[in-house]
Design a protein around this ligand. Sequence first.
Ligand SMILES: C[S@@+](CC[C@H](N)C(=O)[O-])C[C@H]1O[C@@H](n2cnc3c(N)ncnc32)[C@H](O)[C@@H]1O
Length: 130
Amino acid sequence: MGSALTLFLAAHQRAPRLIAEVGTYIGNSAAAMGLGAGTTGQALQLVTCDLHPCTQQPLAGLTLPQGSGAQVVQGSSTQMFQALAAKQAKLDMLHLDGRLMADDLKLLAQLLKDDTLIALDDCEGDKRAT
Ligand SMILES: C[S@@+](CC[C@H](N)C(=O)[O-])C[C@H]1O[C@@H](n2cnc3c(N)ncnc32)[C@H](O)[C@@H]1O
């Protein structure tokens, strides 16, 4: 609940139009970010990925601004970042709830902006806790 509330508030404050997430699973964090971003009234797009079976509709049942939507990539973070980079996308918010892969860093260099909000799950200081 604490993580979901934090993501909701962070997305509300940052008002991202494009959110990417590593680690979809049951979609709690995606829904929290979607709801928070949706409070701003502007359409948002969420792209989220998972290596393993996960929800395909993380924003289902939420009332969001017209034009909002989610895409679930059933695959690796590298695959998701490659697809975003091919579209020359720039992320407003990135949630990392999985482990980055070797090729992700150079792709992220293309996708991040100076003001991209990066949310790290399960961190203590500068280390991943779990
Ligand atoms: C803690 S769970 C995510 C929970 C999810 N955010 C939620 O709120 O329901 C972590 C998930 O990340 C996925 N994962 C870890 N590293 C990944 C990667 N590099 N690419 C894609 N998925 C990854 C795992 O398969 C796992 O399902």
